[in-house]
Design a protein around this ligand. Sequence first.
Ligand code: AP5
Ligand code: MG
Ligand code: ZN
Length: 211
Amino acid sequence: MGPPGAGKGTQAARITRFCGIPHISTGDIFRAAIREGTELGREAKKYLDAGQLVPDQITIEIIRERLKQQDCARGFLLDGFPRTLPQAEALDRLLADLGSNLDLVLNVAVRPEILLERLTGRRICRSCGATYHVVFQPLQLSGICDRCGGELYQRSDDTAETVEDRLKVYTNQTASLLEHYRRRGLLKEVNGEQEIDAVWMEIQRCLRSLC
Ligand code: AP5
Ligand code: MG
Ligand code: ZN
């Protein structure tokens, strides 16, 4: 968990490699559906472009289907889900049905004033999905992905205007979930304002007992 631009995706890529489990990002699932022009994509686009949440019913159904897949049998990492209390409650029910449970909830904590620069400076590879930042995670060669040579793009919701709406949505609808998990003793807070490698070191300490 963490606000938009906290570094959830950046750290999730490392966690999933380290633990050998699938990375399930609801944002990535919606963006893939938009690219493919599916019915889900057409519906989701309205919300993503406005910085608003896709309705719970749609989002929960996607997670329900995804968690049933074989690659989730030995664990998985959720990135950007749950984001509302109904989603968190639905997740509890889904996991109970699967005979599973949450091991850990990581919150990557970053103050709002830092997030705008992170998001407007983000660049993503169209081919392999690697994430960069014009200042904090720069490319070796300008314009193309260091890993695969792919073309880079900016997310359409990474404009100053939409970021403001996304931050409001986080504060009003998602931030209170931290308390839900803190009360259950599942929450670990990580200082997301450090450099990417330092955040990863802190996360690795949290994972030690799990992977
Ligand atoms: P989603 O894709 O989840 O976006 P988000 O939560 O807004 O978060 P981001 O992906 O923008 O940021 P991140 O924390 O992953 O940061 P990153 O690692 O890339 O959701 C998008 C939309 O989909 C939502 O608005 C909603 O419409 C819909 N949606 C998704 N899930 C939903 C749900 N459950 N319910 C309903 N709707 C849903 O890093 C950001 C940048 O900072 C990068 O450039 C990176 O290089 C840089 N960076 C990372 N870490 C550091 C660091 N430590 N120091 C300096 N720079 C850093
Ligand atoms: Mg992300
Ligand atoms: Zn690439």
